[in-house]
Write a protein that binds this ligand. Structure first.
Ligand code: GTP
Ligand code: MG
Length: 195
């Protein structure tokens, strides 16, 4: 479905260093440890393209991956708790917010939510920022393999309640497991068809 090779482009720490805004881009945002980097690996079928780890705060730069020469997938640092020094965390949180609010070619932001935890106040803060910037966002529930079907449904219902308050929300959410592969094909086709 993704045409052409998938390659790492660069990791950036300032808005000035972003690659030229010359193609469709989608990003993966969410609390630290929610599974952003793992999802990019699952989507691209590459085990260690994006660095994933059990330490919250693993991804500390905005990492650009190219899908052929038509799309960028963007792995973001997490928000919320991170195991890194406070000034460093504050710097990357500012960068994250500037990016989400000010990237012209950002076609959709995927906001990842852990199925075990549901949407938290920090997730709503990001959703509000996206509303204000008129960036369409879509929720991706992660780690579905860790819960029962009933818990998946309860989490999805809680998130739908939150989305009703956010005008920039795309109404459908995608339930995924990067571990087991659930929802990955669905998400791939969403990314591939955005223009
Ligand atoms: P930061 O970069 O620190 O913000 O984290 P992240 O959101 O990129 O999370 P990452 O992909 O590094 O994953 C965090 C942990 O969750 C790792 O130990 C992953 O193996 C685990 N994980 C991610 N996705 C899944 C999943 O679908 N199922 C299960 N069981 N574990 C997962
Ligand atoms: Mg990461």
């Amino acid at each position: 479905l993704f045409c052409g090779p998938v390659t790492f482009v660069k990791g950036v720490t300032t808005m000035q260093a972003l690659p030229p805004a010359d193609r469709v881009e989608v990003c993966f945002a969410g609390r630290s440890n929610v599974g952003k980097s793992s999802l990019i690996n699952a989507l691209t079928g590459r085990k260690a393209l994006a660095r994933a780890s059990n330490t919250p705060g693993r991804t500390q730069e905005i990492n650009y991956f190219a899908l052929g020469d038509t799309r960028y997938l963007v792995d973001l640092p997490g928000y919320g708790f991170a195991e890194a020094p406070k000034p460093v965390v504050e710097r990357w949180q500012r960068l994250l917010k500037s990016y989400l609010a000010g990237r012209q070619t950002l076609r959709r932001a995927f906001v990842l939510i852990d199925t075990r935890h549901g949407a938290k106040p920090v997730d709503e803060e990001i959703m509000t920022l996206l509303d204000r910037s008129a960036v369409t966002f879509q929720v991706v529930m992660t780690k579905a393999d860790k819960v029962s079907l009933a818990e998946r449904e309860a989490a999805a219902a809680q998130v739908r309640g939150v989305l009703a308050r956010h005008p920039a929300a795309y109404p459908e959410l995608v339930m995924t497991s990067s571990e087991k592969g659930d929802g990955i094909e669905t998400l791939r086709s969403i990314v591939a068809t955005l223009t």
